[in-house]
Design a protein around this ligand. Structure first.
Ligand SMILES: [Ca+2]
Ligand SMILES: [Ca+2]
Ligand SMILES: [Ca+2]
Ligand SMILES: [Ca+2]
Length: 294
């Protein structure tokens, strides 16, 4: 025991003297590992485009801004599509692809809010993605909320894979009811559990407008939730301001579990490059995943 202590002490003293050398060695190690394991980065965003319906779609200035914003990302999950005829998402996709080199593809949900008491506030979710980087394993489905009726707008979930890598994962998107944010955020654990089972994949991320702050939710309570445990990574931290209003509210979140936690390279952001509330009352939030190439 004593011998070990002496050895450790000597190692500590020794390492103090060689510290500058160590830094250089570590740099060399990193260079070698970069050569051995090439990685690719993808960006994933979530955007509540406030009341995205016919009126907004007829505003050319707003639509041009939306094209510019959305085209920054490899994958973007959109909430609050409100068009009873379900035409707006297709119109937007066409406009997007007419104005960008990336030819995005879209996964579109049914109108969410299937239970009778939810039908007054139905919305569609859309996942736009760059098919050069992403392939679709499952086109997606609304979470079956008929048993517990936990959600006003049940989440939409799709199974995706990142091309040239071994990563496949479930991407879910939710827009919670503000007045029930606490109950709905808490119930997301059921959606995570269902997803891992249904898609046979531990790697699940649920993004969206959680309404997870300010008057709707006390973000200090996250730690008390099952999805606040160490199994889950809340990539958009409590200090992030995701609403255009003067208040500092972290409504929009991206919560990751499984292997995705180690794919998240720590880079996240709030795209607060616009200040016009005619675009939305939310800014997009985004993260970067770093994935080893096969
Ligand atoms: Ca429901
Ligand atoms: Ca997986
Ligand atoms: Ca906050
Ligand atoms: Ca704000």
């Amino acid at each position: 025991m004593k011998k070990l202590t002496v050895q450790i002490s000597l190692m500590l003293i020794f390492s103090m003297f060689i510290l500058p050398g160590c830094t250089e060695l570590r740099f060399k190690d990193n260079t070698i590992s970069d050569e051995q394991y090439n990685t690719t980065n993808i960006s994933i965003a979530s955007f509540n485009i406030k009341i995205f319906g016919k009126t907004k779609a007829s505003n050319d200035t707003v639509m041009a801004s939306l094209v510019e914003i959305v085209s920054k990302y490899d994958i973007i999950a959109i909430q609050e599509i409100k068009d009873i005829n379900q035409e707006v998402p297709y119109e937007f996709l066409e406009l997007l692809n007419n104005n960008t080199t990336t030819q995005y593809q879209m996964l579109l949900s049914e109108r969410s809010g299937s239970q009778d008491d939810d039908k007054s506030s139905q919305e569609q979710y859309a996942i736009l993605y760059n098919p050069e980087l992403i392939s679709v394993i499952d086109n997606g489905t609304l979470y079956n909320d008929s048993v517990n009726d936990s959600f006003q707008r049940e989440p939409f979930l799709a199974h995706l894979s990142v091309k040239n890598t071994t990563l496949d994962f479930v991407l879910g998107v939710i827009h919670t009811k503000p007045a029930a944010a606490e109950e709905e955020i808490s119930a997301l654990i059921d959606v995570f559990n269902w997803s891992t089972e249904y898609y046979e994949d531990q790697d699940v991320m649920i993004v969206g407008d959680y309404n997870a702050d300010c008057s709707y939710f006390d973000e200090e309570d996250i730690i008390d939730l099952e999805i606040g445990s160490e199994e889950f990574l809340w990539a958009i931290p409590n200090e992030a301001d995701t609403n255009l209003a003067g208040s500092n509210c972290t409504y929009d979140r991206m919560v990751l579990t499984g292997g995705l936690k180690s794919n998240f390279n720590g880079t996240w952001g709030v795209d607060n490059t616009f200040s016009s509330s005619s675009i939305s009352d939310h800014w997009p939030v985004w993260i970067e995943l770093e994935i080893r190439i096969d």
